[in-house]
Design a protein around this ligand. Structure first.
Ligand code: DGL
Length: 278
């Protein structure tokens, strides 16, 4: 099947999932939308985030012909995964369950932590997904407001980020977790600071790689995988943004790598309705 994998996030965070997906599935075409015009999602009511997610997912299917949708955003997964699955005819892959599975597989003491946006943490999505794994663990969760804003500004190291991280991660340090899930796709870009604050004994778990494996599994189940051995060459990667496309290209290429050499406007020009319309 020839359609691209369609992926979206509120902004740059889902690029961590895009990177892992491009590396694991090099023959697949990919269309990524960063909704930077409406970011952040994490502090918005989940109803608003749900309607953004539906709009983006529908656009990926109808405007770009996506054969599968990857919700590369924990907050959008927490807000609207069930609706997207009910509404769309294509496979929908999320980041929360792969992350939960990776977290419980990593811990040796059973004391685990999850950090995410206010929306994700307050939704209880990780509490449910970790319970679904059936692995008995003691979970400490904390919202980290401010982390996403640093990433969106391209500020991923330095004193300001470190001071905020020390304050927000104190409950994790106090709880003595041995595995900490970065439950927001923006957070792997802050992994150096988060790792320094948590110390070398704590393993940081990012859902990006696990999600890429989940994508490969789901595509295989649906008979939709494009194999590099039979494909005519590497996949094409398109990146679109609802915000400033030059800023998206410049910071995005720094964060993702050379595949992000241009950015298109979203919504696409043949349908230039303002985001939120329709
Ligand atoms: N990257 C997103 C997530 O995984 C949301 C960031 C935001 O817009 O607040 O939750």
């Amino acid at each position: 099947m020839d359609g691209p994998i369609g992926m979206f996030d509120s902004g740059f965070g889902g690029l961590t999932v895009a990177r892992a997906t491009i590396d694991l599935l090099p023959a697949e075409d990919l269309v990524y939308i960063g909704d930077t015009g409406r970011y952040p999602y994490g502090s918005k009511p989940l109803d608003d985030v749900r309607s953004y997610a539906r709009e983006l997912a529908r656009s990926l299917v109808h405007d770009y012909g996506a054969k599968a949708i990857v919700v590369a955003c924990n907050t959008a997964t927490a807000a609207g995964l069930d609706e997207l699955r009910a509404e769309l005819d294509v496979p929908v892959i999320d980041v929360v369950r792969p992350g939960a599975r990776a977290l419980v597989a990593t811990t040796t003491t059973g004391r685990v932590g999850v950090i995410g946006t206010v929306g994700t943490v307050s939704s209880g999505a990780y509490v449910r997904s970790i319970a679904e794994t059936g692995v008995p663990v003691t979970l400490t969760s904390a919202a980290c407001p401010g982390f996403v804003e640093f990433v969106e500004r391209g500020q991923t190291t330095g004193d300001e980020v470190t001071v905020l991280a020390e304050r927000l991660l104190a409950p994790m340090v106090d709880a003595g977790v041995d595995a900490l899930l970065l439950g927001c796709t923006h957070y792997p870009f802050l992994a150096r600071v988060i790792g320094d604050v948590m110390g070398p004994e704590v393993t940081l778990v990012s859902s990006a790689d696990e999600t890429a494996f989940a994508i490969r599994r789901r595509l295989a189940e649906a008979g939709l995988v494009r194999d590099i051995r039979s494909a005519s060459g590497p996949g094409h990667h398109r990146f679109a943004s609802s915000g400033d496309i030059d800023v998206f290209r410049d910071l995005g290429s720094r964060l993702l790598g050379p595949e992000l050499d241009r950015t298109e406007a979203w919504p696409p020009t043949h349908d230039r309705a303002a985001p939120g319309a329709g």
